[in-house]
Design a protein around this ligand. Sequence first.
Ligand SMILES: [Zn+2]
Length: 404
Amino acid sequence: MHLSPRTFPVRCSPSAAAAAHFAFSCFVQSRMDVKPCALSGDGSAPLASAARAPPRHVHVSGEDGDAAAKGGPVSPREWRGWGCASPVPAVVTEVIEDLKLLEEDMDAPLSFGGKGGKLQGEFKVKEDKKHRAKYQALGDSEKKLQFFAARQIACRLLGSRNYLCQKCWLPMEDCMCSKVLPCSLWHGMRFWVYMHPKDFLRQNNTGKLLWQLFGVQVATLCLFGVAEDEEIMWNTFKLAGKSRVWCLYPNKSALTESVQDTFSRAQFQSERASITEKNEDRILNFVLIDGTWSNSAAMFRRLKEQAKIVWGEDDLPCISLATGASAMHKLRPQPSWDRTCTAAAAIALMSELQAVPDFSSYGLDKQAEAVEDALQVLLEALTARRLRMGRSITRKVRHTSDIC
Ligand SMILES: [Zn+2]
């Protein structure tokens, strides 16, 4: 197949994508490293060949039309459309430019597939060499992390154009947006969904539900290793002060305090009035780590490093949730999970805050219910998709040590 030099054909096999995206993974705490637009299964999920849909070819030439639908650069509008609150990251733009240049040089199409949204085919071989050389040449670990993150994000984004709904990150034919009713989050709190780049645009990610419901101003995506995102988050934390930032980190080895202990303190009782007055500086910030179990340790470490730069101390206050599991029990009757997915962590936090007398009048119980409803809608959409593709809806428990 010959394609014009500025063409980004993206091949997707929806059935393969469905196989790779095991619908229930977040409900059984399993995580599969999958790409948004898979060309083939990654071997971790069997493909039902009889039910496999024909490969989906998306030809996106950058000659004309709007950039988002074609192979052009990421516009601020497209970037925000995917849920991001920052300007388009400079390194992401750079990576996309490099991919396009390589495509022009090779006169070979870009195609995505396999585990982790990796490039495929002849292009992959060349690109692999090029990006490894670039990675090695980068001086420090910070630049390396930023390049790694940007490359993941760029590939996922290009592979998802014309395939996923920007809002719900589901294939367009399975868009669930009309079933999610936006809701107001209590003005005294803000969520930061600190997401690993490998989770960006994942269909069964649950962190995305938070900004779908509450809006990006109060449930903000912050991509791990993206300087623009992390700067926005840490600038906000600087203003807020260390006493108003908490991380919900489900690691039992981290020093944590319960919601009850943290928010029943006299300090919070005296501050309650200023929160009620809608004082921006008094907003309580909660970081939800949205990554696989194995990635979350590195993410937490980075948060602590940044806390040290900002506050001079590397301990970041952590909150442990007592009801994280039971709150989701009705949605997840299986006993195989032991950790909570991102949306469930938000639900549990809101439910536990509701139980603290000072926080009982903010309607957090209703807001928690809205997230629960959205989670149910996501589960149904993923289930319907699997059934349509002829996939089993039997839950898998192979990756029980992961969170999502
Ligand atoms: Zn949608």
